[in-house]
Design a protein around this ligand. Structure first.
Ligand code: NDP
Length: 502
């Protein structure tokens, strides 16, 4: 397997954007970190430094929280009607589409993902999320409630509920879909009238910073969205613990999710968490084999396996195991791996050296414990953070590669005999419960299995289907709360009951 190479020419706006030292967005101003510190941003295809961003820390988080508090309580934002707020959110979606190519290039450069994927998925999905959420701004409604208070005979009451924004929200996002994760978080917060301090991942701050400029261009009042780049242990931890924050929304590892929760216990902030996964993808004996081969391959190899919902445990009926796994292995071997900015690339590098080493460490661990690779199994090339798309067989249930989230292009294929309790138990046998896949032509089996899998999303004869209207989130240690759809509005609003004696 060799690396693809011919990269596209970068848009001048992208070249200029990365050349300038990137600052923090606080209260409508682009400012340096109070400490003056910056950190390098790398191109994962080469390991070279492409930009420098301000390294925000506790002091900057404090300034940003104060700006977000001011914007929440006074000024233009709370005075906007829901319709005006919705129009701003819609306009942001439009601006993202207007700048689609520029944002896609930034994303590909910073994260390493194929430019074609950023153009077709990341950027349009981010725009669509804002467009979808814009419609909700005018539909955040309460109820009227008839009362029957037994200890107040004869008294009539008028009771109703209001849904109010939860307040100032701290949002901490990861590097696997940098722009899209910012959209998932910002869209509902803005539609419901909250204000935000956003901390992008240190690996991929660029698209969120460009989004900050578009937020200003859309006309959001100063301080409604503040963006602090920096490190998790400093800026992220300070945000999660800040007493001026009413709610923290986090996407990332389960390990850090638990730290966020601990930090939030001081003042019992609201917390929502979208965490890791080790999702089972189950292929029954009657599945359409061609569809299942391409679908289960893309379930793991999309975004280089750096997806919280990646179908990383592939359960296949023993009667079709060799054919299906052979097909997935062939698909893995054909994937064009290379720099994201090469239009021929189908899979880019791991996002960082740390992530690359983590994935290679899992490969070594699995192979040394007796697993075999029928495709891939090692790093690719000598520079950048490329890993071969890998299919493992002969694994055991207690191996690390079966129990832990690898977050790389590595799938373990596991044969099963019957669609029975043992299969369901094995599929559910991890601490995670984010997503699952089922491949079959039997609709009865498809839906009964969907009911038995402990996962926040079950895809049947498809995988990785995301839509702004479809709620997404985890069972078990995959998280708390649901992103997208109308469910997410519950995370950003609180209900007030008003009761009046007539
Ligand atoms: P993290 O969970 O460390 O990072 C996610 C976000 O949390 C980043 O913005 C990070 O900041 C921030 N963060 C880190 N530590 C703290 C802290 N103590 N307090 C507050 N915020 C913090 O993920 P990693 O990048 O380390 O990836 C590790 C593993 O996590 C992956 O291998 C994968 O298994 C999983 N993961 C899951 C994701 C998902 O979508 N559910 C996404 C990304 C990773 P910074 O990066 O700036 O340090």
């Amino acid at each position: 397997m060799s690396l693809a190479t011919a990269e596209i020419r970068l848009d001048e706006r992208v070249t200029k954007f990365v050349k300038e030292r990137r600052k923090l967005l606080i209260g409508g101003q682009w400012v340096d970190a109070a400490s003056g510190a910056t950190f390098p941003v790398y191109n994962p295809a080469t390991g070279e430094v492409i930009a420098h961003a301000a390294e925000g820390d506790k002091q900057d988080i404090d300034r940003a929280v104060q700006a977000a508090r001011r914007a929440f309580e006074s000024g233009g934002w709370p005075r906007l009607t829901p319709s005006e707020r919705g129009r701003l959110v819609w306009k942001l979606g439009d601006l993202i589409l207007e700048h689609l190519e520029e944002l896609a290039q930034l994303e590909s450069l910073d994260n390493g993902k194929p430019i074609g994927v950023a153009r077709a998925a990341d950027v349009p999905l981010a725009a669509d999320l804002f467009h979808y959420m814009a419609g909700w701004a005018t539909k955040i409604e309460g109820n009227t409630i008839p009362l029957s208070v037994p200890y107040a005979p004869g008294v009539k009451f008028h009771a109703y509920t209001l849904r109010e924004p939860v307040g100032v929200v701290g949002q901490i996002i990861p590097w696997n879909f940098p722009l899209l994760m910012a959209a998932w978080k910002l869209g509902p917060a803005l539609a419901t009238g909250c204000t935000v301090v956003l901390k992008p991942a240190e690996e991929t701050p660029l698209s969120a910073l460009r989004l900050g400029e578009l937020i200003q261009e859309a006309g959001f009042p100063d301080g409604v969205v503040n963006i602090i780049t920096g490190f998790g242990e400093t800026a992220g931890a300070a945000l999660a613990a800040h007493p001026g924050i009413d709610k923290v929304a986090f996407t990332g590892s389960t390990e850090v999710g638990k730290l966020i929760l601990q930090a939030a216990t001081n003042d019992l902030k609201k917390v929502s968490l979208e965490l890791g996964g080790k999702s089972p993808n189950v292929v029954l004996r009657d599945a359409d084999l061609d569809l299942a081969i391409s679908g289960t391959a893309s379930a793991i190899f999309f975004n280089h396996g750096q997806c919280c919902c990646a179908g990383s445990r592939l359960f296949v009926h023993e009667s079709i195991f060799d054919e299906l796994v052979g097909g997935v292995a062939d698909a893995a071997k054909k994937i064009k791996v290379g720099p994201g900015l090469d239009p021929n690339t189908q899979m880019g590098p791991m996002v960082s050296e740390i992530q690359f080493n983590r994935v290679c460490g899992y490969l070594e661990s699995g192979l040394s414990e007796g697993a075999n690779a029928v495709a891939g199994g090692k790093r690719l090339g000598g520079e950048g953070y490329f890993v071969e798309p890998t299919v493992l067989v002969d694994t055991k249930p207690d191996m690390k590669v079966i129990q832990e989230e690898i977050f790389g292009p590595v799938v373990a294929a596991i044969p099963f005999k019957e669609l029975d309790d043992d299969l369901v138990r094995a599929a559910n046998d991890t601490v995670y419960g984010l997503a699952a896949g089922v491949w079959t032509k039997d609709i009865g089996k498809a839906h009964s299995l969907a009911g038995m899998l402990k996962a926040g999303t079950v895809w049947i004869n498809c995988y990785n289907i995301f839509d702004a209207a479809l709620p997404f989130g985890g069972y078990k240690q995959s998280g708390w709360g649901r992103e997208m759809g109308h469910d997410v509005l519950d995370l950003y609003t609180q209900k007030k009951a008003v009761c009046m004696a007539l």
